[in-house]
Write a protein that binds this ligand. Structure first.
Ligand SMILES: [Cu+2]
Length: 130
């Protein structure tokens, strides 16, 4: 009977410890939220760029058509890096508007993320390049 009491106490202590760790992780995640960055580059439709490196002026109409059909969007920076652009649910219009900018050089702003080697920016806003 005494042993059972200790087991219950132990389980409770463990649960409290787990909750404390979870709370600390939540705080760390909020603190580590990436700051917004601004990057310039060409808006890519990832289908044609990844499969055949198509981009630029000649590919503009196709890029815009690909993006309007819902294909993934990317940014080709001047130093040749490719960044996946994803929607910010709170700024869906900013992402939607970029679909008509396939092949154009724009400036995009938002937090950057890297998961499993893939870099992405969540688009908060865009502007004409300076
Ligand atoms: Cu295309």
């Amino acid at each position: 009977m005494k042993a059972t009491k200790w087991m219950v106490a132990g389980a409770l202590a463990a649960a409290v410890a787990v909750a404390a760790v979870a709370q600390a992780e939540d705080k760390a995640a909020a603190k580590d939220a990436p700051k917004d960055m601004t990057m310039s580059g060409e808006i890519l439709d990832m289908v044609c760029y990844m499969s055949s490196e198509a981009h630029g002026e000649k590919h503009k109409a196709c890029a815009q058509s690909c993006l309007k059909r819902g294909n993934p969007m990317g940014l080709l920076t001047s130093d040749g890096k490719v960044i996946l652009l994803v929607e910010d649910h709170g700024a869906a219009k900013a992402f939607e508007d970029l679909k008509a900018k396939g092949g154009d050089t724009v400036q995009v702003t938002g937090p950057m993320f890297e998961r499993g080697g893939l870099a992405a920016m969540q688009v908060k806003s865009s502007a004409a390049p300076k």
